[in-house]
Design a protein around this ligand. Structure first.
Ligand code: ZN
Length: 278
């Protein structure tokens, strides 16, 4: 059975990019935090199924919840970096990006006492416009990233990027793109988040099985702790599209996630990239 890569983006419900115009970082502290409770839901599910994962933790959140980061490690999972302030990379200058990534890495390494070498961009915001981010990630000693979605989307995507693990051209870094399945000549996102909540489970299962069985490749799956929390406070003023993407099927996600853990095997993204053909 193929071992797939499970990833968890540890952030709170008010920190997502869709709500950024409503709740900038300066206002995050005004919202009741539910990240500890919701991350526990994920940790409990993983331990029931003997699955392990990479947790990409937001620096801002780690700084306020060091015990949570330690708990994740104690449970046998890997800690990686999801930026400090969840700002879209293509909206930043190179210096702003460097500062943000460096700050997050520092916070996480202080807590874990270990090098943090994996990076996931907020909202997959490594696009054609922000490929310079790899220069800076490499400068900061990150060795892998899982930040590219090979699809068309209004907020992210490099539609013609490779669909499976690749070496970033001109770099030593490895990129683990978020998984898609090929349907009608297009890449369809099927690997987690809103797609996991919105598509019926049978479709997700079929698409992910196809990646394993027909393409003989592992897939990269992602979930956010807030996606298991139907009781989270509702964000006032969000657009209809953002509300649809954020709130659809929250009450079904925990159960669906258990099914997924039952039907597929999961491990963290490998921290050594030595068997990669460039
Ligand atoms: Zn995020």
């Amino acid at each position: 059975m193929i071992q797939n890569y499970l990833t968890v983006d540890v952030e709170d419900y008010y920190q997502v990019s869709a709500f950024e115009p409503l709740v900038g970082m300066a206002k995050w502290d005004q919202h009741p935090s539910r990240v500890i409770r919701n991350t526990r839901t994920i940790l409990d599910a993983l331990s029931r199924h003997g699955a392990t994962a990479t947790f990409f933790v937001l620096g801002w959140t780690a700084e306020r919840n060091p015990g949570l980061v330690k708990q994740i490690m104690q449970d046998g999972h890997h800690i990686a970096c999801h930026s400090y302030g969840h700002r879209l990379i293509y909206t930043l200058s190179t210096n702003e990006f460097r500062e943000d990534a460096h700050r997050a890495k520092d916070v996480l390494e202080q807590i874990t006492g270990m090098p943090v070498i994996g990076y996931r961009a907020p909202s997959y915001s490594i696009t054609e416009q922000s490929l310079w981010a790899y220069d800076i990630l490499e400068e900061l000693s990150f060795t892998y990233s899982s930040s590219v979605f090979p699809i068309h989307h209004d907020r992210y995507g490099i539609p013609d990027a490779p669909r499976f693990r690749y070496q970033v051209p001109g770099h030593a870094m490895t990129e683990y793109p978020l998984s898609t399945c090929r349907l009608f000549g297009r890449n369809i996102p099927v690997s987690g988040g809103g797609y996991f909540r919105i598509f019926p489970y049978w479709f997700t299962k079929m698409a992910l099985s196809r990646i394993n069985k027909a393409e003989h490749q592992p897939f990269v799956f992602f979930i956010h702790p807030w996606e298991t929390d139907p009781q989270q406070p509702r964000m006032k003023g969000a657009s209809l599209l953002s509300r649809f993407r954020h709130y659809t099927n929250l009450s079904k996600t925990a159960q669906r996630f258990e099914k997924l853990l039952n039907q597929f095997q999961f491990i963290p993204i490998p921290e050594r990239q030595d068997n990669l053909v460039s």
